[in-house]
Design a protein around this ligand. Structure first.
Ligand code: NAD
Length: 259
């Protein structure tokens, strides 16, 4: 992709205040798009927008709770109203979940994880697709996870939310492909962000085992995931529809062979 391939286009990224979302916002901006960086963490979103502006790009920060229907509606419609269009959306905000076996999980934790990771993607799609259908074009990428494909002990709420994102991506994709709108997902493996650094500190044995299973022997950088997400939105992926692009260093293909 060239440096100005997305010039004149507008990209909305949720969870843009850190990690994969920040890298995605910077990735869209590097290719010339104007970026709306949205996050519940207003300071994080402002910092991301500042990094983009400092690099000569155009960005604005917005605070949003993606689990709140009114806030998501205002974010999406407000973006289109201020910029006159919405070309790309990366629905990426998420939380790591309760980290509890299913047999001990509290319903309130389950509800919160499903709300922030899955209902949020429904709400974003609901308003983004309505708008893109009026425009007659657009591309959306949702952040799923390999946990939504393979399952993962102690991640019942998280894995179920991400499996839901995979299913919702496919349904939205086939519903909207006839109207020139593409919907895809990226499914990251173990990625070095705030989300995983907390677990690495709390549970170093788990982190060591997770990395030992990785065929490439390391975690992904946020940029390695974001590049896949930006590519899925770009014209280079014009025939890619309803795809879940696994970016996991080979983790779901097979375990790393013994040294
Ligand atoms: P992160 O914690 O750095 O980023 C998540 C962002 O989402 C944060 O900025 C946070 O403030 C924001 N957020 C949380 N709740 C929100 C809400 N209600 N409304 C708006 N924003 C909210 O972690 P990350 O790893 O960059 O996570 C990004 C996405 O990638 C998540 O959906 C996560 O589930 C997914 N993912 C991460 C990994 C990994 O190993 N890090 C693996 C697979 C999938």
């Amino acid at each position: 992709m060239s440096h100005d391939e997305l010039r004149g286009r507008v990209a909305l990224v949720t969870g843009a205040g850190s990690g994969i979302g920040r890298a995605s916002a910077l990735g869209f901006a590097r290719r010339g798009a104007s970026v709306v960086a949205a996050d519940i963490d207003a300071d994080g979103a402002t910092e991301t927008a500042g990094l983009i502006e400092a690099g000569g790009g155009h960005a604005e920060a917005r605070r949003v709770d993606v689990a709140d229907e009114e806030q998501v509606r205002d974010l999406v419609r407000g973006t289109a109203a201020r910029h006159g269009r919405l070309d790309y959306a990366h629905n990426n905000a998420g939380v790591s979940g309760a980290a509890s076996p299913v047999a001990a999980m509290r319903k309130q934790d389950w509800d919160r994880t499903i709300a922030v990771n899955l209902t949020s993607v429904f709400l974003c799609l609901r308003f983004e697709l309505e708008l893109m259908a009026e425009q007659g074009h657009g591309a959306v990428v949702n952040t799923a996870s390999v946990a939504g494909i393979t399952g993962n002990a102690s991640l019942g709420d998280y894995a179920a939310s991400k499996a839901g994102v995979v299913a919702l991506t496919k349904v939205a994709a086939i519903e909207h492909a006839p109207y020139g709108i593409r919907v895809n997902a990226v499914a990251p493996g173990f990625t070095a962000t705030g989300m995983t650094s907390a677990s690495m500190v709390d549970n170093p044995e788990w982190a060591e085992a997770a990395l030992a299973a990785e065929p490439v022997g390391r975690a992904a950088s946020p940029e390695e995931i974001a590049e896949a997400a930006v590519w899925l939105c770009s014209d280079a992926a014009s025939y890619v529809v309803g795809h879940v692009l696994v970016v996991d260093g080979g983790l779901t293909v097979g375990r790393r062979p013994p040294d």
